[in-house]
Design a protein. Sequence first.
Lengths: 326, 537, 311
Amino acid sequence: MHPILSTIIQRLGLGLLTLFIVSIIIFSSLEFLPGDFGQAVLGQAALPETVEAFRRELGLDRPPVERYFMWIGNVLQGDLGNAFSGRNASGVDRSREVWAMIEPRLMNTLFLATMAAVIAVPLALFLGITAALYRNSIYDRVVNSVTLTTISFPEFFVAYILILVFATYFKIFPSLANISDDTDFTEKIYRSALPAMALTMVIVAHMMRMTRAAIINLLASPYIEMAELKGVSKSKIILRHALPNAWAPIVNVIAFNLAYLVVGVVVVEVVFVYPGLGQLMVDAVTSRDIPVVQGCALIFAGTYILLNLFADIISIISNPRLLHPR
Amino acid sequence: MNNKSNDILLEMRDIRIDGYSDDRWHEIIKGVDLTLRRGEILGLIGESGAGKSTLGLAAMGFARPGCKISSGSVQFDGMELTDMSENERRSLRGSRICYVAQSAAASFNPAHRLIEQTVEATVQYNLQSERDAKLDACGLYKELQLPDPDNIGNRYPHQVSGGQLQRVMTAMAMSSRPDLIIFDEPTTALDVTTQVEVLSSMRQIVEQFNTAAIYITHDLAVVAQMADTIKVLRYGETVEDAPTRVMLSDPQEEYTKSLWAVRSIQKQPSVSDDIALEVRGVDASYGASVKVLHDVSIKVPRGRTVAVVGESGSGKSTAARAITGLLPPSKGEILFNGQALPPALKNRSKEQLQRIQMIYQMADTAMNPRHTVRDIIGRPLQFYLGLTGRALDARILELLELIELDASFMDRLPGELSGGQKQRICIARALAAEPELIICDEVTSALDQIVQEGILKLLLRLQEELGITYIFITHDIATVKAISDEIVVMFQGKVVEQGSKDEIMAPPYPDYTELLLSSVPEMDPDWLTNLLSKRAS
Amino acid sequence: MSDSENHTQSSGYSAAGEVTLVKARRTFSENLIRTLKSAPPTAWFGMIVIAIYLFVAILAPLLAPYGEAQVFPMAYAPWSDEFMLGTDALGRDVFSRLIYGARNTIGIAVATTFLAFLIGGSLGVMAAIGRGWLDQVLSRFVDVLMAIPSLIFALMLLSIFGANALNLIFIIAVLDSTRVFRLTRAVALNVVVMDYVEAARLRGEGLGWIMRKEILPNIMPPLVAEFGLRFCFVFLTIAALSFLGVGIQPPTADWGSMVRENAGLIQFAEYDLTAALTPMIPATAIALLTVAVNFVVDWFLHKTSGLRDEQ
């Protein structure tokens, strides 16, 4: 078999294994709950029978291994179980399906993340590559200091500054990103402008610095000096000699930062009261609604793992040593 | 080496180059003159830090980042490079002046095929069409005796060996038929047997196209095969300029003579039947599959020096690791004073460890950069002999005197020592344990010639005074001649030959020993020519 | 300082006379002053800011005009002589809480970072020396932990164990120790392969001696820099969690929660800008400290090697 193929299959296998273990960790979070959590969820007035029925619904009367496989089986079919909230002591169950709660929110979050990524990725690559090419110039120093400052800012700080300036002082954008399914597309973009901007600023700073470092590292290779000594022009050195070797580091930088976006989105959503997955998760954590927390964590972690896996595979297929084995 | 005209191709006058380090500029080339005629080969020789590469690059009007040509003139074919714009200078590179770097593996772009890189400059300057340039490159590959010359260009750099890459790089330099090629230590990273092949093909091709060249190296014997004239450089200044034959037969400066200092030591070998250490039928492997030693047997007589010779990958360093217990053998045993040593390090007693000490190739990495000389030499004294306080200090001082250093070195850190001093401290650390056997792993190969001589003399003296037994691992035949009583030749993990120095160094030789010994360049400008004609017959 | 110019010609060769570069012997304070003199303005700015923060954190009870949780009968009082930065929704003095916040927020972050280094650092060095199964088990475990974004993981764990300061410290420290482990292991691996470590093993030295004397002194500079970077990360994570309401819980004064508690005031920017600035002040306090630490670390990294340009 071609070594590329076997390496990719190996990575895919490793990625699946990681997902499997992560799902076990997320599943077992239920195990660590104190024994009387049924009472806590349903309220002090709940009858022992109601609590017992609740525990049975969660399958707590069965061994954990069996329960895990039932749970993961359901998850793979899109069934994340029912939320804790909406139940009460009388045993009347008004709880909602977790997936039904997550789905619209997930779409909103993806919309926001995509919007930020579409602006941030090209911008960061441009800034990072130009800073590396004009290393130690005024431009480089300014960009460097600005981004070093920006990465030190908490996301909510950036977000509130944007609100202060663009929403309350100059009333250009709404401060609350109030969107729903029937908001039309341009309106959605308008209302999501500030959260997207906040995310972009945070990501661009990180990504630009990492791109710059990767390119500088690359330009220090002896084969770049060799190209210079062959009289190759500066632009050709970049295009022909640096770029083909830059894909792997650049893709890694992008994946790393998109994964970072996943985290940044939580705080930004809360600031702008954006109806996304992050907001949902934070609410669920506050009310200790474990199934919802599990569902959100599973989706965030899965995205994160897949992004990194994707970057891994790109760097494998852009590696000439693997592409053209001996 | 004829067809020399009096037409001057390159003339450098009073070149001064500054390098930036420790937050200030230092002068690293201090006013060097250099003249090169068309078709002439100039050997530029000097030790590490002499400024050879910097000067070579300056001939292209190029300075590495952190360096700048501060004054002087570089006239190439009547043009003043220092007055040109960067673009004008660039247009000479790759067309009329080409460069061959030391590390071929790092200097080729991993993402492109060899032939694309070979013809890149030629095509870019429209000297030839891409098709013609590629055909020509295949021709050059053939001239340079590369295997499968029509197809090797389609490979990627990681798919061919180091020696082959070095030749492809020569083809790359030759592709545009330049007037001048700068060879920057092109064979330093190669084994001696490969070096001969690369040298001969490089020499042949520059002669064929009557290309002028600057050949930079630290090895006088190598440069003697290539150059018409030799320039010796030290600390950024010219020591001596002379035609090759004159330089070899009648060097004027003390420093030039010291360049082949090691070759002047000749130990009178003596034999002994008193065996200190015996390696008996040892197999060893890394991991489960990679077997590196095959049935290795070595006898080491007491108070004598056994040199273990071989090229990289011959298993000579692995043999040392097996003896020290770092790599327990999978078969066979190691006897010390007639008793079998436990195979693994952790099962050996403190006393057994104390009797066998080791000195490493890179003194830099063999000493903890955060420990002072006192800590370094003192630790074995505390650990094995239990010395403390005054007795400890007195003994450290004795050891320092033994290695010809003084008390002022006690509190220095390794970073504050020269290469030779570092290696001496390592020797003192080994001596501190009062060992019977010291394993020296390429201890002189990272050092300059004159320093090598000092270290070898020291080791010889210590052997005479203290009766220590040495196992001396090296790839350098001159060192072997200088220090050994007995020689073990290793090849691909096997012992090819073992015997006294006189036996091994005299014919008849087994095939590999013959190849190895004959490949070592000698201080004779005709050596390569003679060797090639001998091999051809 | 380099005396490569006054070399002797080879005729009088002696080992002791070989050219070397001996650094001038200086006392610690002389060295410190020299180093500080060469610091760029950004690093100076960083050091001064850090010093002020430490001063405020240590002397908080002396500097604050009112108590940490002292309640006055006027909610959302405007900025005035009595309440420099006004009061919050419960009528607590914002300025006093800001000062106490320095102590709580920085204290918790420092404690967490220390704990993370204790766990990650010691396991990292052990894995590097021991290799074998311990290294395998720890490294795979860390791989899995790092496959979950740490803020998400922290949110999940806090929902199980409950949000309080102690849980916060432990959870963040454990999650962050994975990164410390990776770095320590990588740096220590570079040292472990050095000949001097092999020489110590050949001498018969024990594991403890090798760890303490051979490895630790050589991995300190990158670890010190990493401490600064990890502190920033931990500090921002805790601030984010507190801001989300699942971190440090009231009535403890903490900058992240203060931003959350006063965020509503930002809507009044057009009527009273100072009110809108009230939530921005603790946010700025957080940002300023991270900027300061980052500047100092940047300078330190540049000084010690220039390696690790970023990340």
